[in-house]
Design a protein around this ligand. Structure first.
Ligand SMILES: NC(=O)c1ccc[n+]([C@@H]2O[C@H](COP(=O)([O-])OP(=O)(O)OC[C@H]3O[C@@H](n4cnc5c(N)ncnc54)[C@H](O)[C@@H]3O)[C@@H](O)[C@H]2O)c1
Length: 311
């Protein structure tokens, strides 16, 4: 697939490495000369370092040969089949860039924005190409965090959504379907929930900044790299997540209320989560899954030990 990337900052360069290493032909455009020079150096640096860790599919020169960085938007968009916009997080800039790219590319070419906080609706509002626009919000950097949030607007065409899913999948990204255009999508809302509480705990003198980071790094985060928050509590409580909600729901509701948040885990809501979990894991297999989680954490712990990561 021929991919055009607009904006060669951190995210543009990272997508370029990822897409090129998946075999795609990538043309990057940035209006800033300094940014283009930096991008050339960064591209090579990322490819070399990934290769050192055996994380590049092809040899460095093969992957890099698939990327061109251009001064002209026309050169980047010429015969492009997919666009990933990585311009600054500014609505007017994104609208202008996507408008130009819409004119320069074929009528069915998806226009994906990397925006962290803007919706496809707000970017494409009232435009003639709204059905081609969607948000593809990556983690940073996308070549190390293999999830991407796909956030279409109600106007985005199903063909464009399917095409984006295909392109991201071909680069090894797992697509998260964000079903409504909420601010911050899912990734940053979850991060925000944790950060809000982290700030409160530091403000209230409960914990130091260093110790708070340590709790996440060595505790919650280490576990979350193996199982997500729902699966964590499902496996932490005999009887699964229904039992967890029953036993600990009131305590979590009090903690939320203390922060002015009143979103109780109603029996109906808990039931939705319980049914989803039980569809994934029968309680008959619960002990086996707990053992699997421990195995995974043991492999992680021994890897950390071998690599003597500072703690
Ligand atoms: N950095 C992150 O952690 C992160 C994560 C996910 C998504 N994003 C999103 O990705 C996008 C890019 O973020 P970034 O961190 O790479 O920013 P950045 O500042 O590193 O890069 C932006 C690039 O866009 C270029 N640019 C300036 N004006 C432009 C224009 N009119 N047209 C095209 N390019 C232009 C700049 O020269 C720069 O090279 C933003 O929307 C951001 O919210 C960032």
């Amino acid at each position: 697939v021929k991919i055009a990337i607009a904006g060669c900052g951190s995210i543009g360069v990272a997508f370029a490495v990822l897409f090129a290493d998946a075999g795609h032909e990538v043309r990057c455009w940035d209006p800033d000369g300094g940014a283009r020079s930096r991008a050339r150096r960064d591209l090579e640096d990322r490819a070399v370092r990934l290769a050192e860790h055996h994380l590049l599919n092809d040899e460095v020169h093969v992957t890099l040969a698939r990327v061109a960085i251009t001064e002209e938007i026309e050169a980047a968009s010429d015969s492009a089949e997919f666009v990933q916009e990585c311009a600054p997080e500014d609505l007017a800039i994104k609208q202008e860039v996507l408008g130009r790219l819409a004119d320069l590319t074929g009528p069915d070419v998806p226009l994906a924005s990397s925006s962290s906080a803007m919706t496809a609706s707000s970017i494409a509002c009232g435009s003639s190409f709204a059905e081609r626009v969607l948000v593809g919000h990556p983690g940073n950097p996308p070549y190390l965090l293999p999830v991407i949030e796909l956030v279409p607007s109600p106007t985005t065409s199903p063909t464009v959504i399917a095409r984006a899913r295909q392109v991201y999948g071909s680069a090894g990204l797992h697509v998260v379907n964000v079903m409504r255009e909420v601010e911050g999508f899912v990734f940053n809302r979850l991060q925000g929930a944790l950060l809000r509480e982290a700030y409160c705990l530091v403000r209230d003198g409960v914990v130091t900044v260093e110790d708070l980071d340590m709790v996440v790094r060595l505790g919650l985060g280490r576990r979350w790299s193996v199982v997500g928050p729902f699966e964590t509590v499902d496996l932490n409580t005999r009887g699964g997540i229904a039992s967890h909600a029953d036993k600990l729901g009131p305590a979590y509701a009090r903690m939320g209320a203390e922060r002015g948040q009143h979103d109780p885990w109603t029996p109906e809501l808990v039931d939705v989560v319980v049914r989803a979990r039980r569809a994934q894991l029968s309680l008959d297999d619960w002990e086996d899954r707990v053992a699997w989680r421990d195995e995974a954490l043991m492999r992680l712990a021994s890897h950390e030990e071998t690599n003597s990561t500072p703690v």
